[in-house]
Every structure is written in C-alpha cells, then in structure tokens.
Ligand binder design. Sequence first.
Ligand code: NDP
Length: 334
Amino acid sequence: MSRTNIQVLLASRPTGGVQESNFCIVETELPSPGAGEILVKNQYLSLDPYMRGRMNAAKSYAPSVALGEVMVGETVGIVVESRNPQFQEHDIVRGFLGWQQYGFSDGRDLNKVTVTEHLPASVYLGAVGMPGVTAWVGLFEIGKPQPGETVVISAASGAVGSIAGQLAKSKGCRVVGIAGGKEKCAYVVDELGFDACIDYKAGNLVEDLARATPAGIDVYFESVGGEILEAVLGRVNTFARIPLCGLISRYSESQPAGLRNLTSLLFNRVTLQGFIVGDYADAWPSITRQLGQMIASGQLKYRETIAEGLEHAPAAFIGMLKGQNLGKQLVKLI
Ligand code: NDP
C-alpha cells in the first residue's frame, strides 16, 4: 500500500521579514527505507532562529536551504521501520530530519533519547537539546560567571535565555533578564527566579537597565544585538565577558548595521566572543546529562509553545521571530 509524506519546502527567499508565501506544503509518495536506512515518523519539529539565515542565499556558517528543498530542522520522532541494526522499531530518536512528517536517515545523524516521566520527547529539542547546550557553553565556556557577579540575559524568556539565566542563578550570580512585554518579564522573575527582568518594549531601556544593574554588568549573554547590545555596553564593568550567541534583531536586515559604544569594549577590556554550539559536539553528552538531571530534579524549569500540525509551522516560525513564543517553540506533528 502506498504511503504519503507531508513536507514544507522553501518556495522563495524572503526579502526582509519572512512571509508564509516563502514556504509551500506538498504531499509526496513515501518510499520504503533502503538498505541501512531508518524511517522515522516525526513527533515534534523544533523552530529556531537560525532557520532564518538558512533561507538566505548568502554565505554563512552552514549551507543555505535550496529553493524547492525541505526546510532544515531538528526533530524527535519514532522509528517506524529500520533496515539498520543499530535502530529498532519504536526507538525514539533526535535528528535533523527537517520540516516533514517522515524522514529517512542512515543513522549517522540520529541519537536515541530516553523518554521518562520528567523528560518528555519534546525536551530533547529544548532544555536538554541544542538550546540548553547553547546556554551552557555560552555561559560557562565564555561568560565564566563568578558568584556575586551581575549577569544580563537578553531574549530571557526564550529557549536559550531561560536556561542561561537559571544556570547563572545556580552559580550565585545576580541575574537580570531582558524580554519583550510584562507577561514575559513576570514569567522570568516569578517562575524562573531571575532577580529582575526589563521589558525593553516599555521604552526606558537605558534607565531600567541602570536601575537593575547597580554594580554594573560582568557577563552579558547576547542573543539580540542592536539597541539592547548598545545599552548593555554602556553598563559593562572592566574585564566583562560577552558570549555572542545570536543577533535576532538583525537577521532580517539586508544591510549590515553598525555598533555604537565600541569604545566601551576597548576602555573596559571586554571579551566579546561569538560561538556556534555545533563546535562543542564533544561536550554535548556530558552537558545534556547534567541538564537532564537538573530538569528531572526540578532545579531547572522550562516552557514550550507548541503549534499543532505541520501546516502551521510557517506561521509559528514567523510568530517566533516576532516574539510570540514563550520558551521553546515547537510544532507537534502527531
Ligand atoms: P527564543 O526562544 O528566544 O525566541 C526568539 C526570541 O527573540 C523571541 O521570543 C523574542 O523575544 C526575541 N526577539 C525577536 N526579535 C527581537 C528583537 N528585534 N529585539 C529583541 N528581541 C527579539 O529563541 P532561541 O532561544 O532559540 O534563540 C535565542 C538566540 O540564540 C537567537 O539569537 C538565536 O539565533 C541564538 N542561538 C544561537 C546559537 C549558537 O550556536 N550561537 C544556537 C541557538 C540559538 P522577546 O519577545 O523577548 O523580544
């Protein structure tokens, strides 16, 4: 009996903001797995800011998605057929199988995950997956926070920021989040335990940041860029560290924008280091084990915003880029 697959393809490259018309949804025939292959039915698809860059033709740290190709994306799913001795039917696996209902793999890019009462399959795309590892390496390898220091986290209510801030709290730091809107800020303080959170949309960023960081800023976990980075540079202490994780406010701009306050980096001898989580593959097993333990014990909290159905992935992706998510943005496929 023939089976079909639903796939979301890149139909056109966005100029500026992403539109739903940049994607098209197709139904294709699903072949059987070949020798050595595994067929996975995807349960959850992760939607991440890096996908915006993959929609461009411009050179980056990873190749672009070609027009007409399935959108790139990380998934967790269940093995439904295996012609590879390393994987059995019903295994739950994480991999980069893309925006589609079913995906094939030769096993090299698949990892089995263990679903427990405290660690559902979806968490392996968030707090115990790539965003959690990003928070960990950015904060500990580059930020190197010390007890009593002030750590500021942008995009604080999101997948990476929410974990980075809680990790900094666990090291005895004063942690200040920056997020868009009262509801997000309340979540960051009341539920995640940050010491303060600034609503950058309220219009008093510079003053609010000064009030929330009376002893200056020692570590800034940077995910946004633009005015937020410039405001932080006005408050950094000598020998501050800035893990440059992302620049989401800039991803849809066609022209590179400059940075004011650059003298602050010089005068304060600040270390600003960009990093890509993929460079830390060797550390992944140890970090995810520790993150899993912290989640299971209740030490780390996380939230998910889940869109139901692959057909809603484009709208959910556009919404996430505009800040409509709280915590990790996912799409539930089955
Ligand atoms: P989030 O879950 O944080 O979702 C994105 C958030 O970005 C939105 O909710 C929104 O929050 C905020 N945002 C969007 N546009 C703007 C803007 N113009 N100004 C300020 N904030 C904005 O996403 P992730 O946690 O997955 O990713 C966070 C950052 O980390 C991104 O920059 C991403 O590219 C980067 N990243 C980098 C990795 C690496 O290896 N270097 C790996 C993974 C992620 P709000 O409503 O608060 O504005």
